[in-house]
Design a protein around this ligand. Structure first.
Ligand SMILES: Cc1cc2nc3c(=O)[nH]c(=O)nc-3n(C[C@H](O)[C@H](O)[C@H](O)COP(=O)(O)O)c2cc1C
Length: 373
């Protein structure tokens, strides 16, 4: 019998699909609605101990592109398709005291669904490392099934926070160790993609005791400049800072990082994020070795918590298992990771035989023909 459930880092999930830490999980009412809609788990919007004040005005907008001109713009145009999300939102502006009773109530209402608490503090002093431990203890005591450490927020000015931790293997290790010292539940670390070789930071997190790596957070990026007004399409008083790109645009980028990590650590647990809106994209993450998949942008655009997205993910998984019943596949575990060995060095990819191969040099120089799809 086909079975949607998975066990990931020792936690049992009714299905392998989670809402990632972001606006869809920023409140108790959203999370309750998400569970009613069928999500297997949620990662709560990141909680910290430091004061959080967001910029004036919009914190997220969506890039769209159109077939006729390939223009990427936040302007809504008829017939345009989603390209990505862009945000400069900070972590939750609600404090730990606000979150603790809500995590307790959510777990009481949905004891079989998974609640992971995303947490964030600094790393520049013992006081900051203690803050990670305070957050971890409070969330697990409230009933959180796991902790996700945020080493990945791309728009932090503080050098000892967010993606600045995720770019430094020493900090990755030290903070993970501090969290593991007090954690009684599994600890996942969410890494930034903004690094030369994510395998280095993943190794450091595993050395610190991480139970899983989560990738990807959004990619550092800017909104585009409007050709008429010469202003950034999202700005405050004309100014903008680096923010994060998510959604369909980052799917191939995030898959590349994931493939590197699942090859380097074949026996470790990975949760994939980036550009998932239905089962087709989730499948790529599973085939590369992920045990769970998380979603943000697609859910934001579907009644804020993605009721249609989770329905399509579950239906897609069921249909896929059905199509592969003859191969004896009954759960994600049966096909997880079966394509990760297909990613190879360029030099290992087959070249044309014999005379057809000119070693990259065209025998006759000339204008290249138009590229064809
Ligand atoms: C508005 C917004 C806020 C976000 N806030 C957080 C956050 O607080 N913590 C976190 O770990 N990731 C945060 N993220 C990143 C998402 O969880 C996710 O990693 C990213 O958007 C890529 O997934 P997607 O392609 O499905 O959007 C945020 C993303 C968006 C768009």
């Amino acid at each position: 019998m086909a079975d949607r459930s998975v066990t990931f880092t020792g936690i049992k999930f009714e299905n392998p699909f989670l809402l990632s830490s972001a606006p869809p999980t920023e409140s108790e009412s959203n999370i309750l609605r998400a569970f009613e809609a069928g999500w297997g788990g949620v990662v709560v919007k990141t909680i910290g101990l430091h004061p959080v004040v967001n910029v004036v005005g919009a914190r997220t907008k969506f890039f769209r592109t159109s077939v006729d001109d390939n223009r990427v713009s936040m302007q809504k145009r008829a017939g345009s398709a989603l390209h990505g999300s862009w945000n400069w939102e900070l972590i939750s502006d609600k404090g730990l005291d606000w979150w603790v009773p809500r995590i307790e109530r959510i777990k009481k209402a949905f004891p079989t669904r998974v609640v992971i608490a995303s947490v964030m503090a600094g790393s520049g002093s013992d006081k900051e490392l203690k803050a990670w431990q305070t957050l971890t203890k409070a969330c697990q005591d409230a009933g959180a099934d796991g902790i996700e450490t945020n080493f990945s927020c791309p728009h932090m000015d503080r050098k000892d926070m967010g993606s600045n931790i995720g770019k430094d293997e020493g900090l990755c290790s030290v903070v993970t160790e501090a969290v593991k010292e007090v954690a009684k539940v599994p600890v996942w670390t969410k890494l930034t993609p903004a690094t030369g070789d994510i395998v280095v930071e993943a190794a450091a997190c595993f050395r610190g005791g991480a139970d899983a790596i989560v990738s990807s957070n959004t990619f550092p990026s800017l909104p585009v400049i409007d050709p008429e007004t010469l202003e950034f399409e999202i700005n405050v008083d004309g100014f903008v800072s680096s923010g994060g790109l998510g959604g369909p645009a980052i799917l191939p980028l995030s898959l590349a990082n994931m493939a590197k990590m699942t090859q380097a650590f074949p026996d470790r647990a990975f949760s994939g994020i980036g550009g998932v809106s239905d089962f087709n994209q989730a499948l790529s993450y599973f085939l590369l070795g992920c045990g769970t998949v998380q979603v943000c942008t697609a859910a934001m655009l579907d009644h804020a918590v993605g009721p249609n997205v989770i329905r399509k993910l579950n239906e897609g998984l069921d249909a896929f298992l059905d199509r592969h019943a003859a191969e004896g596949w009954t759960s994600v575990e049966d096909f997880r990771g079966i394509r990760k060995d297909r990613v190879r060095l360029q030099s290992e990819i087959r070249r044309p035989d014999g005379d057809a191969y000119a070693g990259g040099v065209e025998p006759v120089e000339g204008y290249a023909a138009n590229a064809r799809e």
